[in-house]
Design a protein around this ligand. Sequence first.
Ligand code: APR
Length: 314
Amino acid sequence: MAFRRKKISVIGAGQVGATCALMLAGRGVGDVVLLDVHEGAARGKALDILQAAAVQLFDSQVHGAGDYADTAGSDVVVVTAGSPRRPGLTRDDLLAINAGVISGCCREIKKTSPEAVVIVVTNPLDAMCFLAKRELGFPRERVLGMAGILDAARFRTFVALELGVSVRDVQALVLGGHGDSMVPMPRHCFVGGAPLPELLSPERIAVLVERARRGGDEIVKLLETGSAFYAPAASVVQMAEAVLKDQRRVLPCAAWLEGEFGVSGLFVGVPCVIGGHGLEKVNEIEMDETERAAFAHSVDRVRALVDDLTRLGL
Ligand code: APR
């Protein structure tokens, strides 16, 4: 049987994209192509990662590119291209700029990697996933957005710090849209098998939920330029690895819903089984009244974002 190494392309060689490329190569999940409109940045960073491989001894190939021909036949394509939030740029401006970037990238991906599983990272995430799916025309199994793993990682981190325990033993679930309407689910957070509400007061849990909700902003303020990239990249890598190794991991991801949780025709963060085909299944879970209301509010926010695309003619 012929052996073929997996191929992963990362579109956008900025902070998130380059960190993804480094982590993917370091985990040896396949060969990586890093592509950017600034071809020099992609080629320079790819070369730098390859030289790190010489020291850290990983054998993935890493190639920098400016042309989609080099990404042809990818198993997974990660889209991080776009413009970051900048002072003076309105929300609508950013939506319009990144919509153009995503549509352009997806037109090329459709031609060059028609069988790929595409993972969208660019913000505003739920709207960019919507555009990506429309442009790609791929089945819902092969278009996913990265958000829930990152949001849950933030919540897990704060719980672990609060309790002074290893983050390894903290499991959490965050649903809904990516951003401040996300829905952390404390009832579904377990610390070494014990439900979080048995370990912390409702007041402390509320403080940690709020910090997780604002987790991205906290980092933006500290950095002054740019936004978080290590944890976002690590979250992408977990999704990509689940696909490339057909792990059937249960991970919170933005998925196109077709009636699950009472929602259709939108990307919303839900618990997904991720395997070799991409989305294998959406796991529907029971919610109590408060959770259901928060989820419904979050879905309304995602729908408003998608309506903005129509309003702006995008
Ligand atoms: N095609 C390819 N690359 C592009 C394109 C395009 N059409 N447009 C922009 N890029 C590249 C830029 O040249 C830049 O290298 O995308 C990269 C974006 O990198 P950064 O500005 O460093 O942004 P980053 O921090 O990586 O975030 C990327 O992920 O988490 C989200 O909100 C974040 O939407 C943002 C995205």
